[in-house]
Design a protein around this ligand. Structure first.
Ligand SMILES: [Zn+2]
Length: 157
């Protein structure tokens, strides 16, 4: 499965290879059928995709809080991430992207939110894509704990 110009395609062709995609307005989530044979990746990717819906409804105050955590990580020189999706974007970010909050930056903070949620809620404790240092993971987990406790343990999707 690959994503090209906002649409999903199967087989060979241009675009980025993906295992899943969410269409927020249509309220659709598409998973690659190969995930049926890989329960660990299914858990991580399904959780990640569900949190795209959470991010969509999260609201600006919470989104800005999340952004502030990531800005603080950059200030402290944090490298690594909690999934390939956010790590690939993080590696492409320039100072200008971070300063001007470009599209790439906004994509990064969203993907980082979803990868962090997958790390916390998928039930997969370790993975080669979890490269962020433990001290930064701790801050992120604490923020998610507060987020869910402020919403009575439930998040809207
Ligand atoms: Zn994503």
């Amino acid at each position: 499965m690959r994503a090209y110009r906002g649409r999903l395609h199967s087989g060979e062709g241009p675009g980025e290879q993906v295992h899943a995609a969410s269409f927020l307005r249509k309220r659709e989530l598409v998973l690659d059928s190969s995930l049926k044979r890989d329960s660990i990746e299914l858990a991580r990717i399904l959780t990640h995709e569900m949190f795209h819906f959470v991010w969509w409804r999260l609201g600006n105050p919470n989104r800005l809080e999340w952004q502030a955590i990531l800005e603080d990580e950059f200030a402290r020189g944090a490298v690594g991430e909690l999934g390939w999706s956010s790590e690939a974007r993080k590696k492409r970010l320039s100072m200008e992207d971070r300063h001007d909050h470009t599209r790439l930056w906004r994509d990064y903070i969203c993907e980082s939110f979803c990868d962090t949620a997958a790390w916390i809620y998928s039930g997969v404790p370790e993975h080669e894509e979890f490269t962020l240092k433990p001290r930064f993971r701790k801050t992120r987990r604490r923020w998610f704990d507060q987020l869910t406790s402020h919403h009575g343990g439930a998040l809207r999707i």
